[in-house]
Ligand binder design. Sequence first.
Ligand code: HEC
Length: 163
Amino acid sequence: MKLIIKTTILISLYFLTSCNKKEAYQPVQGQWIKGTEKEKLNTIETQFRGFDKAMVEVGYRYQELYWAGQDENWEYANYQLQKINKAIKLGLQRRPRRAASAENFLTYVIPEVKKSIQQKDAKLFNENFKMMRTNCTACHAAEKVPSFTVRIPTDRQSPIEKE
Ligand code: HEC
């Protein structure tokens, strides 16, 4: 009899703890990011978007960089160049298949523009900016969006201007 009671207690203990364990693994649900762990990761990744999001940012910063250079506002120019670098690298983390096309841009184009900013040389900056523009378009051709021709900005929309 004693043995039966002992076994019953042990079995119920087992089920109780296994039940608790199961509960601990219930995935936490957000307000709108819901589902299994995998489904939630998919939602988050989709919301982060792909390379397009990086490019919208780069397009804006490219213009800011240009006007910063025209103003010889080197601190702001340097800031924008760093953010272009970062936006492309983060974009590549999301879309690693585009990395080969970006390599020259990251290892040559950006460092060259950086040099002209460090030297505070407006003439060199404009030369390197043109070189950058050509490389933006070259990558678009390599990545099968050849109609995305990048031009030198003409109309200033920048909210930042050197006094
Ligand atoms: C790695 C190669 C690569 C480089 C370097 C690159 N681009 Fe792009 N760009 C792309 C691709 C690919 C797309 C299309 C993205 C898509 O279809 O998701 C794009 C799209 C764009 C768009 C359209 C974004 C939109 O959705 O509205 C702009 C603007 C743009 N690029 C500007 C630039 C500028 C300016 C530079 C240089 C400073 C540059 N790109 C450098 C690959 C590149």
